[in-house]
Structure formats: C-alpha cells, structure tokens
Design a protein around this ligand. Structure first.
Ligand SMILES: [Zn+2]
Length: 290
C-alpha cells in the first residue's frame, strides 16, 4: 500500500482505509496500530482514518464486495504449485500453517526462494485472470507482493516515533510510542485515527508539519461515533462532525453489556433461553447504522 500511495500523499494528505475484520486488520491489535502509524509517518500524512466493517455488514464494504467479481474470474480454475526437490517437500510437509512455513523458511537457507519460485505459476495465472476483470466498470489492477526491502523501509519510518529498537513482541515497553498514540491517535473498536497535533505541536509534528493549509487543517476533526437521534435512527454525520462523542452508543458494546447482565441474572435466577433476543438479525440491524 505504501508503494501505491507514496506518489499521491503530497497532494492527498488525508487517507481513509476500509478493511475487513481479519486479524491482519483488527484495529484493536497493537501490531496493526503500529503498522498504520508507520504508514502515517512514511507517507507524511496529516490524517489517517482506518475503518473496519462492523460484523454482518460486509455488504457495505468495497473490499468484500469486489471479492464476488474476483470469484467470477476464479471459476473453473485449479491451482497447484510446482513440486520442490524431495528434501524440501519433506520439510514443507511438516508445516501446517503459514507460521510453520515461515519458520521452515527461516531455518533452511534458500527455502524461501524455492517456495516463491514454486508458487510463481499460480501467481502469474491469477494476475492474468484478474487483470481481465472489471469492477464497477473499472479494470482490476494487480500488484506484486511487498518486498522485504519495502517492509524494512516502512519499519525504519516507525523508528522515527521511537528511536529504540522496536520489536513487535515488546512494544508495550516503549514509552515514546505510547505517548505518540495518546497524543495523536483516537482508538475505537471499529476505527483507528491518527492526526497531527493541532495546538502546541510536539517535536515530531514540528519537524513534520501538516501539509494542509492551516485554515483547512483546523477544520479536520476526529471521525464521530454513532449517537442515537430521533425515531430510532442515528444522528447524521454532518450533525456530529466536530462534536465530542464517545463509544457509549456502539451497538455491539451495548449488546455485550446486556449479554453480561443476562449471564449474571441467568446464574442467579436460572432464567431460560433469553439469549434468543440477541440473535444475528437484531444485532445486524442495529450495527447497520454504524
Ligand atoms: Zn504531534
């Protein structure tokens, strides 16, 4: 993504990313937050907003919707990687997950190149098929996977925030990073936003000032949380933008609280199948307004 956006970031200093809810995009994970901060720093953005679709609402997410188009291209296609030499195949046969395959590649010099080479025909075929498709009347573009050098380059940008040697497993130790998150980020269950300082800029924002004109930057606010309005609807974005909101009205938060209350009651009074009221349908309807 960094490579795709790096040429546009000077003209487009605000980036909004919408993703699915997979673990790589779970906005409550510290590793995901740090990767977004690294992207924010690397692109010298003024504001970055990452949004994860609420459960059962994938139909509103372009990332998910384009999958149906890609699936059309995958009809009647079978994929199989090339066979490796016998020893490598033996080693790989013991790897049952991506994590195992990565470990195997780390422990055996040359294994990574062999695996990449064996999967190349599949990648080439998929590239060719996808490039023939159109999504919303625009041709589908494909890109090469990010290289090790790109990842290292992005990681170096993250070190600008915390000059200590950041390690994903020990991140909580680093106070500079924690301070950066407290000052510049807004953490929510379904959104994670990063913005440069508005008043009293910190050292980082002084060295990397917002590229937006001050008059525009002063009117860039945090993405508002849902707030109930009248007649069972949520207030509109324009009514809430620029106001102080909190997560207290997030439907899933209320549902979780309600479920906990019910569990307590069930424990004490042995109430029957009251969970019926919290089925997918009801919860989905509530979340649709998020
Ligand atoms: Zn700052």
């Amino acid at each position: 993504m960094y490579r795709l956006l790096v040429n546009d970031s000077a003209e487009k200093p605000i980036l909004a990313i919408k993703s699915d809810g997979g673990p790589d995009h779970r906005l409550t994970y510290l590793s995901v937050k740090v990767s977004l901060i690294a992207l924010f720093v690397a692109l010298d953005l003024t504001c970055l907003i990452a949004i994860r679709t609420a459960p059962h609402q994938s139909y509103r997410n372009p990332v998910e919707r384009c999958m149906s188009t890609l699936n059309l291209g995958l009809q009647f296609i079978s994929l199989m990687r090339d066979k490796l030499d016998e020893k490598s195949e033996q080693l790989l046969s013991k790897a049952n997950s991506m994590s195992d395959i990565r470990k195997c590649a780390e422990q055996n010099p040359g294994m990574q190149e062999k695996i990449l080479q064996s999967t190349k025909p599949c990648v080439d075929l998929l590239n060719e098929v996808f490039q023939r498709l159109e999504y919303t009347e625009r041709p589908v573009k494909t890109y090469d996977a990010v290289s090790k050098a790109d990842i290292e380059c992005l990681w170096e940008k993250a070190l600008l925030i915390d000059p200590n040697q950041l390690q994903m497993t020990h991140m909580k130790k680093y106070k500079d990073l924690q301070t950066f998150i407290e000052v510049h980020c807004r953490e929510r269950n379904y959104t994670f936003s990063i913005k440069k300082c508005v008043e009293n800029p910190c050292g980082f924002c002084l060295a990397h000032p917002p590229t937006l004109p001050e008059s525009v930057f002063s009117s860039v606010y945090w993405l508002p949380d849902p707030v109930p309005g009248s007649e069972g609807h949520y207030k509109s974005f324009s009514d809430l933008y620029g106001t102080v909101t909190s997560e207290e009205h997030r439907p899933s938060l209320n549902t979780t609280k309600a479920k906990k209350d019910i569990r307590k009651r069930k424990k004490s009074s042995k109430v029957g199948s009251i969970f019926f009221f919290f089925g997918d349908g009801g919860e989905g309807c509530k979340l649709s307004a998020y």
